[in-house]
Write a protein that binds this ligand. Structure first.
Ligand SMILES: NC(=O)c1ccc[n+]([C@@H]2O[C@H](COP(=O)([O-])OP(=O)(O)OC[C@H]3O[C@@H](n4cnc5c(N)ncnc54)[C@H](OP(=O)(O)O)[C@@H]3O)[C@@H](O)[C@H]2O)c1
Length: 332
């Protein structure tokens, strides 16, 4: 039987938490490339927290997905047919083909996998967008120095795990914050963090104090809410806080910052950033990260959902912490 295309489209906008009914599977023909186009067979789809924001009606830093449109997403795929001068059948490509099995491309924003020696999925994780996010927050905002204490939330995740390992390479004491003993064990025993606090266990303030007895010089924030408040009680004067994500609020929960006073008295520099603002820095960052991965200095873990049909459930699970490391979907 000939291949059929399968797409996951946005069926409705979530009121709070995303639900499976917000997505719809659509089957269709595999499209044919016109002159100057190529057809990509998606092999791997990356699921990332930012996609939750794209499902909303309101304005954000990037365009929303319209109802009935294919969900956006980073992908690794293989060229299945080509009428494009720079891509041939069999080329492995990194792009943003979204939640679908097959996609046409005019080549814009598409790159051939930079180093065939590394696993394909690393370009969606530690050496891809999440890794570059970690790299950017550290090099452009935090600038950690040897001997400083760096704290990172969602520490076992795609971004957090790279933040902590890059900070170890820079000579910092690294404290992770993660949900549950398994994720904390992993951060310490496999990623080499100095300590990890399980925020689900209760007693966050005391645990942070024990893990960072000399206070916190850099906090890389991925979560917000109670975690940010607890860290702000432990920051040192002159602390830097790259504000990368606020996942505790992505389901619609209000997450005010309660310890604003600490920002003032400690002269804290808190700065939000979006990784796509500095595309000029990506190639160098990816080379740097790939080098660390290839040399075993950066390790990573993946959670893989099987088949595009499993993507909505896996995405919702990731927003609730069910993933362990980079969440991917094996599409083909
Ligand atoms: N600014 C940018 O350009 C940029 C780019 C990429 C990613 N980000 C942000 O970076 C953050 C991490 O992304 P990622 O791709 O690396 O995802 P991830 O950490 O691999 O997965 C999300 C993790 O967030 C944690 N989490 C979910 N809800 C939470 C809550 N209420 N309280 C505490 N932790 C919660 C869960 O880990 P636990 O089980 O440990 O709670 C979950 O596994 C997200 O906020 C994302 O939006 C920002």
């Amino acid at each position: 039987m000939a291949d059929r295309n399968l797409q996951v489209v946005l069926a409705s906008r979530p009121g709070g938490r995303a639900e499976e009914s917000n997505f719809r599977l659509v089957e269709g023909e595999v499209p044919e490339p016109a002159d100057g186009q190529l057809l990509i067979r998606v092999k791997w789809l990356s699921l990332d927290p930012y996609m939750r924001g794209r499902m909303n009606e309101g304005k954000s830093y990037a365009a929303r997905v319209e109802l009935g449109e294919v969900m956006v997403g980073g992908t690794v795929g293989e060229v299945a047919a080509s009428r494009h001068p720079q891509f041939g059948v069999g080329d492995k490509v990194l792009g943003s083909q979204g939640w679908q099995r097959f996609a046409l491309s005019d080549g814009k924003g598409l790159v051939k996998l930079p180093d065939p020696r590394l696993p394909e999925t690393v370009w969606l994780g530690a050496a891809g967008m999440p890794g570059v996010t970690a790299w950017m927050g550290l090099t452009q905002i935090a600038r950690p120095k040897a001997g400083e204490t760096l704290c990172v939330s969602a520490a076992s995740g795609a971004v957090g795990s790279v933040v902590g390992q890059l900070a170890k390479i820079a000579g910092c004491r690294v404290v992770g914050i993660a949900g549950g003993p398994a994720k904390c064990d992993y951060a310490v025993k496999e990623l080499g963090f100095d300590a990890c606090v399980d925020y689900r266990a209760g007693g966050l303030d005391a645990a942070l104090k024990a893990a960072a007895p000399e206070g916190i010089d850099v906090h890389f924030e991925n979560v917000g809410g109670e975690i940010l408040d607890a860290v702000l009680r432990r920051v040192n004067p002159g602390a830097r806080v790259p504000l990368c994500g606020l996942i505790a609020g992505y389901g619609g929960t209000d997450i005010p910052i309660r310890n604003v006073f600490s920002l003032l008295v400690n002269r804290v520099r808190l700065q939000g950033f979006i990784v796509s603002d500095r595309m000029d820095l990506w190639p160098g960052a990816m080379r740097d990260l790939a080098g660390h991965v290839g040399a075993g200095r950066i390790r990573y873990r993946e959670t893989i959902a099987e088949g595009l049909e499993a993507a909505p459930r896996a995405f919702i699970g990731m927003l609730q912490g069910e993933n362990f490391g980079k969440q991917l979907v094996r599409v083909a």
